[in-house]
Design a binder for this molecule. Structure first.
Ligand SMILES: [Zn+2]
Length: 51
């Protein structure tokens, strides 16, 4: 998301399915920093799904 790329995503990275054309194979990878920054919004979406 932040533009970081790794040949093999570290285990600390978070993978999410995405329909974004930019993402490869429909999977978006979030590095540790982006995961922390987005964890609240991610959880927020999950909460909405449970409504
Ligand atoms: Zn990142």
């Amino acid at each position: 998301m932040c533009g970081r790329t790794e040949d093999e995503p570290p285990v600390t990275w978070t993978s999410q399915r995405s329909n974004t054309p930019r993402s490869q194979d429909g999977v978006m990878w979030l590095c540790e920093a982006c995961t922390r920054q987005n964890v609240r919004s991610i959880e927020g979406r999950l909460d909405e799904a449970w409504w």
